[in-house]
Design a protein. Sequence first.
Length: 454
Amino acid sequence: MDIIRIERPTSPLRGQVHAPADKSITHRALLFGALNRRATHILNPSVSADCLATANLLQTLGYRLVASQNQVTLFPPEAPLSRNSEPLWIDCHNSGTTARMSMGLLAATAGTFQLTGDDSLRKRPMERAAAPLRLLGASVEVANGTMPITIHGKEGLAGYQGDPIPVASAQVWTALALAGLRSRDGVILRQTTPMRDHSARMMEHLGMPLSTANSLSTIHPARLDAEVVISIPGDLSGAAFLVAGAVLVPGSHLVITDVGLNPTRIAFLQALRGMGAQVQWEVEREINNEPRGCITAEYSPDLRGIELDPANRKTQPAPSVAQMMDELPLLALVAARAEGSTVIRGAGELRVKESDRIRQTAAVLRALGGEVKELEDGFSITGVQELHGDCRIDHAGDHRICMMAAIAGLVTKQPVEIPNPSVAEVSFPKFWKALLGGRDQKRAEGGGIALVKG
Ligand code: S3P
């Protein structure tokens, strides 16, 4: 097994870098593109392992994907799936987004489908997408709430015209939107927590009928019949690792260009700023309804703790914990180096991510020398002057914990070893290169990051 050893760099992270392409938006471009009778051109798609799982799923259904330089074109199947064919097995690998969102597409596609995934994904909750899909008349069987999932898909789903369906996840919202677009009657959804709104923005860009008022969205049946282009910005959740590195490593000054700055994704940046970090962002343009621009992050010696508790009215308005769920392990790392205490609550969802991210984040930060207590729905962290490091990390195969530990290794006194570093490719294909690329040439050649065992 490969192990990467990270040592504290003697030079800062400086310069201009790109973030990887946005994973969430690429999944959506593929899945909404799957409703198109013509070609869908996706510019700058994410080639993360998660997005490749969605691309493979579509290929299994008979879609054709043609990749050329930094672009992929999706063509619809030439013939419908044969109704008498055996169930199609689809491996979603590590990708919860592939599994949950595709359930909506598959429920409305004639055929029988069985979805499975890797050890981590097979433990994750799937009933949250299956139950509301059944309200639309879909046949979705979920064994004990988890995979394998069996879908007896049919064209002409009824849709749902009762009370708005309450939805607390962007993935589930998207699954219902995909099924609703292919249904007879459409669907009305009520968003119960603030969440990323890429699907609604993409539907508007593609001309798919959607009316939204407050947290209610009415989705009317529609198919797309036009050649379309969808351009993918940089991924803020990927950029977040570079931002945290720049904030923590003395002397750093990084500019991350062409990143998605959708207002439902910037809560992590807002929280960092609330902790005294020198982080700026600026929207430069909007492409396909998605704002994008640059983030500037600088070494920030005066970090202080923060309280993020959605239930505590005294701390309102505060950046939304729900809207920075994926960045919370990283925020916990920054808090471990900040002055004073940090409390993060309302993050129970972290327990059912690729790993139990509350347990895993706390365990990693404690192994590094941090003072971190697990709460049922978050963390309580007391900042320390220095993290000692000198340990091998157990990231439980979770890409975000692996990358958080790598960023920690840039500031620990002693080196940090990261086994199985390729898990970073689940969301950030060139993570290790980006970490080196953010330094000056001497440092990049001289080490700081080294593969110690092959
Ligand atoms: C995602 C939504 C979030 C997020 C996940 C990606 C998406 O999950 O944590 O990594 O692309 O819609 P939930 O929908 O479960 O909140």
